[in-house]
Design a protein around this ligand. Structure first.
Ligand SMILES: [Ca+2]
Ligand SMILES: [Ca+2]
Ligand SMILES: [Ca+2]
Ligand SMILES: [Ca+2]
Length: 231
């Protein structure tokens, strides 16, 4: 009989292996997206992904480096010696059958409104979006600034999609942490941003527990057998 505790741990490990977490880091900078000679737009980043099964997913932004709305907290999280302030905005679209974006997003979030995330935001204007039971399908998460609109996500100029007119400092960093209960596929960020796979120490801890449980069972097995009568 397979040891129950090892079996349970392997079940946990299997569930964990189907989960996924990762991050992207990018920066908003002034660009001339509309070609009017003025560098007074910035890109709305677009993360495309496929959910192959129903999933619960969280998108957590870390961007602004200075607290507002009564908070004086600061955090130079990208370590560049500057404290940049920005008001992030998230919109989640489900692609239609033709692969295009629909008129309206499924979900959106401007501000988390409190500081209880996992990536250490210091400004309640950082965005945070959790969706339970997101259906399988192809999605686009737009990562922009207040106020990102569907038109700004869809706007195109010279083949590039998604910009908004907004005065931003150059190199205003953002980070997006994603956690999903099921593995996502076809990840692609446009424009390009740094992909950061999450360390998974608890995965290895679970694996070690499962192997340890199996070894314990093998060692314990003889002592669980009926003792032979002494000669
Ligand atoms: Ca311009
Ligand atoms: Ca956050
Ligand atoms: Ca900084
Ligand atoms: Ca915001």
């Amino acid at each position: 009989m397979f040891p129950l505790r090892a079996f349970v741990l392997l079940l946990l490990l299997g569930a964990h292996l189907s989960a996924q977490s990762f991050a992207y880091e990018g920066a908003w900078s002034r660009v001339d997206a509309d070609g009017d000679g003025q560098a007074n737009e910035n890109w709305v980043y677009q993360l495309s992904f496929t959910a192959t099964a129903t999933t619960t997913i969280t998108f957590d932004i870390l961007a602004s480096e200075r607290g507002r709305n009564g908070s004086t907290a600061t955090r130079d999280w990208n370590g560049d010696g500057r404290l940049t302030v920005v008001d992030s905005y998230l919109m989640l679209f489900r692609r239609n059958n033709g692969g295009n974006l629909p008129t309206n997003p499924l979900f959106q979030n401007d501000d988390q409104g409190k500081l209880s995330d996992t990536n250490g935001s210091v400004d309640i204007y950082d965005s945070f979006l959790t969706v339970s039971n997101l259906a399988a399908g192809n999605y686009v998460l737009a990562i922009g600034q207040f106020i990102t609109t569907q038109n700004r996500v869809m706007s195109s100029q010279e083949g590039k999609q998604g910009w908004q007119p907004w005065q931003v400092d150059n190199a205003t960093p953002w980070r997006l942490d994603v956690s999903s209960s099921r593995t996502l596929t076809n990840l692609a960020m446009n424009p390009t941003a740094n992909f950061i796979p999450a360390p998974e120490p608890h995965l290895w801890a679970l694996l070690a527990l499962a192997v340890g449980g199996a070894l314990w069972w093998r060692r314990a097995l003889p002592s669980l057998q009926p003792r032979q009568p002494l000669a």
